[in-house]
Design a binder for this molecule. Structure first.
Ligand SMILES: [Zn+2]
Length: 254
């Protein structure tokens, strides 16, 4: 098949067959050009029409964020928001002070990251497929004036200096199109921070299309004009975080 990351054709081989947590056997392939690993079983299901990814992703997100009253308690939300302040610290470590800057988070779920960022950034935007988990949180703690949310990237009216995507890219069968749309929202010199799971059996599930490696996420970002700054490893959880910087126009022309 055509590699969803680097577009090279028929350059993939089977990497391994993996038993998913649900007990299904999925066929994981690797692109020999960019070293992306992808779930061929899911791509076949999309091609045959048996999987509607957009609907499937929304359904599984609703399952992931149950709106039980105990989960939406004010203390719980406060702890979650405090626990997400690492996003601000991470951004500061790569871009410096942020009080005049705009942050965009894609795939924000219940929005704890947005609420943490709202305490430090001038403006905070969130884009997700569904807004209900965030609305439920705001019903409890209120929505800060500097936060806006939408289901469409095209509705963003301020350029983003920092783009955060935590566990988003692996859900997208066609990530290049998505990252191009992200770049269109970014301010010159802006940075991106994208975290994804690494390949291991517990993360092989029906909503994860691609497992990125350092080489393949760098290739994806390079294609849309983002240079690799660093790749951070969370060895406890088997996550990888790509940090990148938007290439300036003059650098792109060279
Ligand atoms: Zn590839």
């Amino acid at each position: 098949m055509q590699c969803p990351v680097c577009d090279s054709r028929d350059n993939d081989v089977r990497f391994e067959l993996v038993r998913t947590p649900q007990g299904e056997i999925n066929d994981i392939s690797i692109c020999k050009s960019c070293i992306a690993l992808f779930n061929s079983t899911l791509y076949s299901q999309i091609e045959s029409g048996s999987l509607n990814n957009q609907e499937h992703q929304i359904e599984s997100a609703e399952l992931a964020y149950p709106l039980a009253s105990d989960a939406a308690g004010i203390e719980h939300i406060g702890r979650e928001v405090a626990g997400h302040s690492f996003i601000v610290d991470l951004a500061r470590s790569f871009i410096g002070e942020v009080e005049d800057l705009t942050l965009l988070e894609v795939g924000f779920g219940p929005g704890y990251g947005l609420l943490a960022a709202a305490k430090a950034f001038k403006y905070v935007h969130g884009v997700d497929l569904g807004l209900q988990p965030f609305r439920a949180v705001c019903d409890v703690v209120g929505k800060p004036d500097n936060v806006s949310v939408s289901t469409e990237l095209s509705s963003i009216d301020k350029q983003a200096h920092v783009v955060v995507g935590w566990h988003v890219l692996e859900h997208l069968p066609n990530p290049v199109e998505f990252m191009s749309a992200i770049v269109a929202t970014m301010a010159p010199g802006g940075i991106v921070m994208f975290q994804v799971p690494m390949l291991c059996p517990q993360y092989v599930e029906s909503v994860h299309f691609i497992f990125y490696t350092d080489a393949s996420i760098t290739k994806l970002m390079d294609r849309v004009g983002i240079d690799r700054v660093d790749v951070l490893y969370d060895h406890m959880n088997l996550f990888l975080t790509f940090i990148g910087k938007l290439r300036s126009k003059s650098e792109s022309d060279i």
